[in-house]
Design a protein around this ligand. Structure first.
Ligand code: MF3
Ligand code: CO
Length: 248
């Protein structure tokens, strides 16, 4: 079931989103060779507490951390670890923030020290593909218009678009209808309406889009070992166009 949010509810989600965006900016300052993603996770817990918010992922379906930390070939849902980040790594930090019962969800990929040109291009194109999708998050469009725009943007530049994980509706619950694939056909799927709040969170790879999940039941990696990146925003569809709730 798709729930439409009122202006007031979207404003509450925007409060969660502001905290999340500020947290990512602080993470950006802390990501460097030698830092562990466990330290980043602990920083996030403290940051959220200081801002009167809680990490919604912690305890979600048995997940044990505030953040997902996905390094290099890990596509998503990596565990924060005690392995220090190394120069040349790329790492995606993903989190869901709960502020007074309303949620926001956003992931950014970060470069650790100096990274290869290939990795830099991947990060850049993944971020651009998110914004190309957001442009289509307009009342009257169909869901497939978002999906298709992302797919064409990414594939025409030679990247794989992960199919197994999608964006989603979000509100007081992390995963609501509709599911938002990052590939598909224009003009297909549900019609977008003002009041819908969704995440758009493309995962691109430098190789094929196939993923496999480790024995830990969470860590999703590219099957071919290629690099993966992800950018995610929570976006409200309004009569004034798409409003990104997880950007300051
Ligand atoms: N933030 C993720 C998403 O975009 C959710 C990760 S699953 C969790 O849907 F268990 F870590 F919460
Ligand atoms: Co999400």
């Amino acid at each position: 079931m798709i729930t439409l949010k009122t202006k007031e509810q979207i404003e509450q989600m925007a409060q969660a989103g502001k905290i999340l965006a500020a947290c990512h900016r602080e993470i950006a300052k802390r990501i460097r060779p030698g830092v562990t993603t466990r330290e980043i996770d602990q920083f996030v817990e403290q940051f959220l507490e200081k801002h009167g918010a809680t990490p919604e992922q912690k305890g979600y379906q048995g997940y044990r951390y505030a953040t997902c930390a996905s390094v290099n070939d890990v596509v998503c849902h990596g565990f924060p670890s005690k392995q220090p980040l190394a120069a040349g790594d790329i790492v995606t930090i993903d989190m869901v923030v709960n502020k007074e019962g309303w949620l926001a969800d956003s992931a950014w990929s970060y470069a650790v020290g100096k990274i290869s040109r290939q990795a830099r291009k991947l990060l850049q194109t993944t971020k651009e593909s998110l914004y190309v999708g957001i442009e289509q998050a307009v009342a009257g469009n169909r869901l497939g218009d978002i999906s298709h725009a992302i797919q064409v943007y990414a594939e025409s530049r030679g990247y794989g678009v992960v199919r197994e994980f999608t964006g989603h509706g979000i509100g007081q619950v992390m995963h609501e209808d509709p599911y938002v694939p990052h590939y598909g056909s224009p003009g297909k799927g549900i019609r977008l309406k003002a009041g819908m709040v969704i995440t758009i969170e493309p995962m691109l790879t430098t190789g094929s889009y196939d993923v496999r999940v480790d024995d830990d039941g969470w860590t999703a990696r590219t099957m071919d070992g290629s690099l993966a990146a992800q950018y995610e925003h929570t976006v409200a569809i309004t009569d004034e166009g798409p409003v990104i709730l997880t950007e300051q």
